[in-house]
Design a protein. Sequence first.
Length: 443
Amino acid sequence: MSSSSRSYRLPFIVVTSLFFLWGFITVLVDALIPRLKAVFELSFFEAGLSQFAFFLAYALVSIPVGYVIANIGYKKGVVLGLLGMGAGCLMFWPAAEFRVFGIFLLAMFMLAAGITTLQVAANPYITALGPDDTASSRLNLAQAFNSLGTTIAPLVSAAFILGTAVLSSHEIEALSETARLAYHAEEAAAVQFPFLVLAGLLVILAFAFSRFDLPAILDTDHHRSGNYGAVLRSPRLMLGALGIFVYVGAEVSIGSYMVNYFMDNGMPDMVLGSAFLSQVAGFLSGADPQSLNPARIAGTFLFFYWGGAMLGRFVGAGLMQRFRPGSILALFALGAVLLLIVTVTGVGSVAVWAPMFVGLCNSVMFPTIFSLAIGGLNQHTAQGSGVLCTAIVGGAIIPPLFGALGDVAGLQLAFLLPAACYMYIAWYGRSVSTGVIAVAGTH
């Protein structure tokens, strides 16, 4: 990496705005998926296949894309990712029109492949836009704007996309054949236009980004390709990939099962028993607190888990300007471990509320592990990014293990699994900070 006195502020703003936009667009797409599920009348197994198709892209696409980006450069890699997302959105139109589930799965895979390409290209590019010692701070700040996009998008989707209710499977079955066909046609039309708009927006973004003058700052941008053999010999990279794997798995596990945990442990009753908390639930959900059902109350307070991740990234970006990123990572990971131990061993309201604040601890983990793991890879950075993005598949593997443990021992004890994941992350951050894990075999 060349690090001159040149200011990278404008390129950083441009690429960070891309983080915001892809987070925003991704959640808008998520908001449309329930309508597509209604169109296809999916079973629980088929609905699970849609998530499998999404995560499969990380496992299959990341490493090949890392090789491609190493040859075409990061700027073209971002353009390729935007076009891939646009193609995925476009595929949802025939999926809804012809009600072919295979096309729907292909569209999900293509969308995820585009997002994966953006991840592989944009994350290391942000780390290289300045000095090495502030790389983690820059990536935390960029990821914070990604989280801002994912936080704003649900409000937009609620106002402009999800204005009409999606019927339940029982309600659909109660309709006459003619009414059922009309309903499916209306649902297909309801999603086709937004997906066409998103596809067009992504193509426009790709064109605009291709015309912007961004600095070629990495060796790969000068067509000096690295290779995966050298990357796989870097302990810091490979141990970091394991860190990404367990982090994503832990984050998704907690987010996926927390509502069930809240319900099992009486959290809705605690909320309804408090005038203040019931008002908070009503404000967040936009409903009369007295009309909230238990499931909606539990789901509403999940906001703090994901919102904490956004807030923590802004805070983390500032902390890493003053302290070692590895040390901050270890501290936040140990905080998550402590909260989960309280969850497992505690009783009453303390045990119920503790896991909600793990989101704040999660905040710095992905960007900090990523920036630490690819540090010093030089011309092999694109391949290293591909390996790290492949590890995101942990989000498809660890949550079922969490669920299986919950079936056997109960959800409260199941939180020991993500606690073990965070212990590993704490060890990794501390080891990088103290130089126990060094970059090796990359030159």
